[in-house]
Design a protein around this ligand. Sequence first.
Ligand code: GLU
Length: 272
Amino acid sequence: MNDVLQDISAAQRIVVKVGTSTLTYETGKMNLKRIDQLARILSDLRNRGKEIILVSSGAIGIAMGKLGLSQKPQETRQKQAVAAVGQCELMYLYDKLFSEYNNTVAQILLTKDDIAIPRRKRNTQNTFATLLEMGIIPVVNENDTVSTDEIEIGDNDTLSAVVADLVDADLLVLFSDIDGLYDSDPRTNPDATLLRIVYDIDKVKHSAGGAGSSRGTGGMITKLAAAEIATSAGIHMVIANGANLNALYELLEGNPIGTLFVSKNFRGENDE
Ligand code: GLU
């Protein structure tokens, strides 16, 4: 495990994904303390010379709070409209908070075609590369306003892994409302144990429950799908609890946090 942790501590290009449950309270309103903390920590890492890409959910969740909706919209056209309101609010806040820490953000909204069509993929990669060269922190979400079933990536866990692959990241960190992957569902089994390190995703698939909270989209299934994309692309992935964003520092100091999925490049014969 130590060589993996050492490799992680040296990660230069890092994709951080935060889910709706990390960014909002149970009331549906924005968790400003958390968002401010996120902006401060990512700005600090950027100042250290790390390249940071933030994949942020929350457009629909934040709009629900803003518009006073008690339930997540179900119909596509409603989701699209609500996301248009929320994305604006989300970026307004990120722009304001990152600016306070002297860092610049840029919005990138993606659909499946931006990754599937080679010419569009190249353009997207060029944009990311240029923003990173300029020292800017790209903030990515799915383009929910135009996404329909046919062209949607679907959930931001998958999106973050696709982005990590697209930008050739060294590390992907998914902040969720749970400490990591357990051997059984901790919401129903008090004896469930947190898995610290996973080399073979197939061996832990049975541990993934269903969907996550009522505000977000992902659960463990989408997180394992993300782990599969990231680790096969040679990228380590970590699932950690968004209630402690400072854990990012611990990780970069070589300490284990949450559940670590090891990149395929680090899987030796004796690792199982
Ligand atoms: N793109 C959605 C939003 O911003 C979130 C999807 C997800 O959390 O997986 O609300």
